[in-house]
Design a protein. Structure first.
Length: 338
């Protein structure tokens, strides 16, 4: 299976490099985990200061990597710092200060995290595989308008928190550590250097979609299906809200009984007519098309099916979203050719 989130693979690889032999302490509340950070594509961010505060020890915690320009994509890991003790408590608070280049603004927030949920997921991950637990990192994402998300990262990505930071009045030169006269010109140059002049021009013309990151979190009652008799045994999926994972097919009862955000990418291996060579399909959806389709057909929580009809050549593959009354055929997705 292909994993869309490269940082999940990198996290597992880096964990092996550390030579760690245990991932959880004997008291069942301390784990081997590291902090990392993320920012949205096209809207560069920079974390000025951040700390995951340990549960039961609010004066101590693990710092969030800072100083790097964040623009890899929402839910994609930027940095990996091997610091602090291997085994440590999980966090129940997050303090974060960051700068949004697209707005030329600072944001700051202090948030209570869902400790019991985080603890439960880490415990389940270790029970599933002590040598390679499901989660090895905790990642904070920052976006324009003050959007802040926290995910657990490892063999998949799971969102555990979403909050709103407030605009902050912070000394620019001390925070960014640059002595300059023209702050606005520096900000423009940073955007051009990181994501290009076309993106800067688009921001200046069309503004910033401030509600986009909250919209990504909208949940729908949907299931993946295949319009073929020989179906894949598993598939990988990444969602617009930054989550990702690998799933068995047909999906299990847990997936069926849950709602899910809109998928951004999906991959699966498929043998035409169930025989011969297997072909790998890596499908990238058009954001506007698929978000609009889900909203139109599933906005009132109607049950939906996202149906895949894989073909050769791959660009003739068909994908349809349907409820019990209407079908939308998607036309703007891309199937990777290689």
């Amino acid at each position: 299976m292909v994993k869309f989130r490269k940082q999940a693979q990198l996290a597992a690889f880096l964990l092996l490099l550390t030579g760690c032999t245990t991932t959880m302490s004997n008291n069942d509340t301390e784990f081997d985990w590291k902090a990392t950070e993320s920012g949205p594509e096209n809207y560069p961010m920079q974390i000025i200061d951040g700390t995951f505060r340990y549960h039961g020890d609010p004066d101590n915690g693990l710092y969030v990597p800072s100083g790097a320009a964040l623009y890899e994509g929402w839910g994609i890991m930027r940095s990996s710092h091997n610091v602090g003790p291997d085994l440590k408590p999980l966090p129940d608070k997050l303090d974060i200060t960051y700068f949004s280049f697209a707005e030329n603004k600072f944001y700051q927030g202090s948030f209570d995290l869902p400790y019991e949920k985080i603890l439960s997921l880490f415990r389940e991950g270790v029970e599933h595989n002590k040598e390679d637990p499901t989660y090895q990192r905790i990642m904070v994402g920052v976006a324009p308008g003050g959007a802040v998300a926290v995910w657990l990262l490892g063999n998949g990505i799971k969102e555990v928190f979403f909050g709103q930071a407030l605009e902050a009045d912070i000394d620019w030169e001390k925070a960014i550590e640059i002595d300059l006269e023209d702050r606005e010109e520096f900000v423009k140059e940073e955007i051009v250097d990181t994501v290009g002049p076309e993106v800067l021009a688009d921001i200046q013309k069309n503004g910033i979609p401030f509600h986009q990151w909250a919209l990504y979190r909208t949940q729908y009652n949907w299931l993946p299906t295949f319009a073929v008799s020989h179906t894949p045994k598993e598939f990988g999926m990444a969602f617009y809200n930054g989550e990702s994972g690998n799933f068995d097919f047909p999906v299990d009862q847990t997936f069926i009984s849950s709602t899910h955000p809109v998928p951004k990418n999906i991959d699966f291996s498929y043998a035409i007519n169930g025989q011969g060579k297997k072909y790998l399909y890596i499908i990238h959806f058009d954001e506007r098309e698929i978000l609009d389709a889900f909203d139109r057909l599933g906005g009132n929580q109607e049950p939906l099916q996202l149906e895949f009809d894989p073909k050769i050549p791959k660009n003739s593959t068909q994908i349809r979203l349907r409820n019990d009354k209407e079908v939308i055929t998607l036309k703007k997705f891309i199937v990777e050719e290689f």
